[in-house]
Design a protein around this ligand. Structure first.
Ligand code: FES
Length: 144
């Protein structure tokens, strides 16, 4: 893959944890790749798989979902539901011939600015290594 490939990554962050971690990383002036576009959601349990498909269909090279650590979800079990949906959806992507690495999931609390910096760098590098996902967009264009 060309060194110039600069992925667009749509990041769905839980308002109560990862969004706060991203904010703390910014306030702490931690440097991280500028490839993510953040969409704040009330809980990862709210994430509809259609949001992920929509992001890819609109040209995202990757989607990253991040929420509260197990046991810390403000809605008790939203992150467990999200993890189940995520595992199923990754399988579906694989079935469609899409590298599952285009979809990433993590747990980051609002106090973990350094972890946020580390994970955003890893997610960006992983998606950069995979390259754009033209097959996915082509497939959806055929379906539409
Ligand atoms: Fe953060 Fe549920 S409130 S994942």
């Amino acid at each position: 893959m060309s060194e110039k490939f600069d992925p667009k990554i749509i990041a769905f962050f839980c308002n109560w944890c990862t969004y706060g971690g991203a904010d703390l990383a910014g306030v702490s002036r931690l440097q991280y790749p500028p490839n993510i576009r953040v969409i704040r959601i009330p809980c990862t349990g709210r994430l509809d798989p259609k949001f992920i498909l929509g992001a890819f269909r609109h040209g995202a090279d990757g989607v990253w979902v991040s929420g509260c650590h197990p046991g810390d979800c403000h809605f008790i079990a939203g992150n467990y539901y999200a993890r189940r949906k995520f595992a199923l959806f990754k399988g579906l992507l694989e079935h469609m011939g899409i590298e599952p690495g285009h979809l990433q999931f993590s747990w980051i609390s609002s106090a973990e600015a350094t972890k946020f910096q580390q994970v955003v760098t890893e997610v960006t590098n992983d998606i950069k290594a995979l390259g754009p996902s033209p097959h996915f967009q082509k497939h959806l264009a055929e379906v539409a």
